[in-house]
Design a protein around this ligand. Structure first.
Ligand SMILES: [Fe+2]
Length: 170
C-alpha cells in the first residue's frame, strides 16, 4: 500500500518535471517570438506571430497553474530551442547570397521546426497523461488546449508558405 503511494508520488514528480520542461520550452518560445516580431518584414507573418505570442502567454499560464496544482514549482527558465546549426562556411554563404526577405523566410522555416518540436513535446505528454490515468487526466485536457494552438500555428505556416514565396518574387 505504502509502496504504491510512493510510486504514485514518484510518477507525479516525474510528470511535474516534464511539465516544467514544456514550460521552459514555452518560455524560450515566447522570447523568440518577440524577437521574430521585431525582425520580420514579411507581410502577414508578423500578425500571425503576434497572435501566437498571445497564445504562448496562455500556454505558460495553463502550465504554471497545472504545475502548482500538482504540487510543483513553475520554472522561469528557458531551454535551448531545437534550431539548426549550419556549418560556418555554409552560414556565411547564406548570409552573403540570400536577400533579407529570403533570410526572413529561412527564419519562418525555423518557426516551423519549433512548432513541430512543441507538437512532439505535447503529444508525448498527453499520451503519458492518458496512460497514467487517475489524477493525470486533468493534465490531459489542459495540454490538449496547448497542442491545438501549436497545430494551428504549424498549419498556418505550412499553408502560407507558397503565398510568402510568391510575394518574394513579385
Ligand atoms: Fe508554439
Amino acid at each position: 500500500m505504502s509502496n504504491s503511494k510512493s510510486n504514485n508520488s514518484i510518477l507525479n514528480e516525474k510528470f511535474v518535471l516534464e511539465l516544467n520542461a514544456a514550460l521552459a520550452m514555452e518560455n524560450a518560445g515566447l522570447e523568440r517570438l518577440q524577437t521574430r516580431i521585431q525582425e520580420t518584414t514579411l507581410p502577414g507573418i508578423k500578425q500571425q506571430l503576434e497572435h501566437h505570442l498571445q497564445e504562448t502567454k496562455e500556454h505558460q499560464k495553463r502550465l504554471q497553474q497545472l504545475i502548482i496544482e500538482m504540487g510543483g514549482q513553475a520554472t522561469q527558465e528557458k531551454l535551448g530551442l531545437p534550431l539548426p546549426k549550419f556549418p560556418k562556411d555554409m552560414l556565411e554563404m547564406m548570409n552573403n547570397t540570400l536577400t533579407q526577405e529570403e533570410l526572413d523566410l529561412k527564419k519562418t522555416e525555423e518557426d516551423l521546426i519549433i512548432e513541430n518540436a512543441e507538437l512532439g513535446c505535447y503529444h508525448m505528454l498527453i499520451e503519458k497523461a492518458k496512460v497514467a490515468g487517475g489524477q493525470f487526466q486533468a493534465a490531459e485536457s489542459v495540454l490538449s488546449l496547448n497542442i491545438q494552438d501549436e497545430a494551428k500555428m504549424r498549419d498556418w505556416i505550412w499553408s502560407n508558405t507558397s503565398k510568402m514565396l510568391r510575394q518574394l518574387q513579385s
